[in-house]
Every structure is written in C-alpha cells, then in structure tokens.
Design a binder for this molecule. Structure first.
Ligand code: GDP
Ligand code: MG
Length: 150
C-alpha cells in the first residue's frame, strides 16, 4: 500500500455529455482525498506538456485536439487531484481500459466511452495518471502550489 497523488481529467467528451456529476459522485466513494479541483480552458502549450510522452505516436495531433475540446466543441474540462492509498489502482480500475471497445462494461469507459467513428478518436471519458511519479509531475503541470490543499 502506498500513499499516492493522481491527476484526473474529465475529458471533453464527458463534459459534452454532462457526465461530470456522475464521475465526481462515484469518485467520492473511492476513499480518496480530493486535494485540488478546477475548470480549465486547455491551451496548446498545456496539452503539449501533458501529452509529451505521446508526441511520437501517430494519434498525437488528434490527442491535442481532443484534450483542447476541438472534437466536441468544449472550452473547459475539469482537473482534479486526488491523494490516497492505492489511488492509481483504484482510479484506473474505475476508468477501465484505454480503448473503450476493450473496456469492461462495468467500468466508466466501458459504459460511456466510444471509438468515435467520425474522428477515430478514443472518446474515453477521463485521464488518470499511470504512476506515482507521473501523478506528482502531472499535478504540478495542471495546478499551482497554492491550488493544492493537502
Ligand atoms: P491511458 O493512460 O489509459 O489514458 O492511455 P495512454 O496513456 O496509453 O494514452 C493516452 C491517451 O491517448 C488515451 O487516453 C487516449 O485518449 C489516447 N490513445 C491511446 N492509444 C490510442 C490509440 O491507439 N488511438 C487513439 N486514437 N488514441 C489513443
Ligand atoms: Mg496514460
């Protein structure tokens, strides 16, 4: 068991479909502490910084468009920082597999995600950091120190 910090993003497809209420409600039951929360109008430099590890991937240009809301005509997404025991495992299990077509129907992405037939984008509802190191790093990208309340 480790105490971890994790960045969660409620992505533009989820904002467009008004899923933020359900997601925040569900996450409240994972026994984690919310240490940051805000609406963000994602600019290109932030999108590029967040997805830097994927910059060589063929889907990278579309990934930037997706997180900036260009595919869903959305100008704000929700960023949340959580802290707690096994936070990454709990949150990633809740979200399900990256490709919505592979995600178990009991998971968020299985229930609400889709491979968008018009854009080929994985409309996969939320982002969750994948390691404690990346959790710390991503929170520092999305939040200032003053915005984190531990
Ligand atoms: P995650 O940690 O489960 O979000 O997945 P990754 O870190 O591997 O990928 C980051 C994001 O890139 C995913 O959430 C998707 O939005 C997108 N992505 C990953 N793989 C693919 C792919 O094969 N095709 C497309 N279109 N998008 C992908
Ligand atoms: Mg990832």
């Amino acid at each position: 068991m480790t105490d971890e910090k994790v960045l969660v993003l409620i992505k533009p497809d989820a904002m467009a479909r008004k899923l933020f209420g359900i997601i925040i409600y569900d996450l409240a039951h994972l026994d984690l502490k919310m240490i940051g929360l805000k609406l963000v109008n994602v600019q290109k430099h932030l999108a590029e910084k967040h997805y830097e590890v994927h910059r060589e991937k063929p889907f990278y240009p579309d990934l930037l468009k997706y997180i900036m809301g260009e595919f869903h005509n959305i100008h704000s997404i929700i960023a949340i920082a959580y802290q707690g025991e096994d936070a990454i495992k709990k949150l990633r299990e809740y979200a399900g597999k990256t490709n919505p077509d592979d995600a178990d129907p009991s998971t968020l992405r299985g229930k609400y995600g889709k491979v968008n037939s018009k854009t080929n984008n994985f409309d996969n509802v939320m982002h969750i950091s994948d390691s404690p190191e990346n959790g710390e790093k991503e929170i520092s990208i999305w939040f200032s120190k003053e915005e984190i309340i531990e």
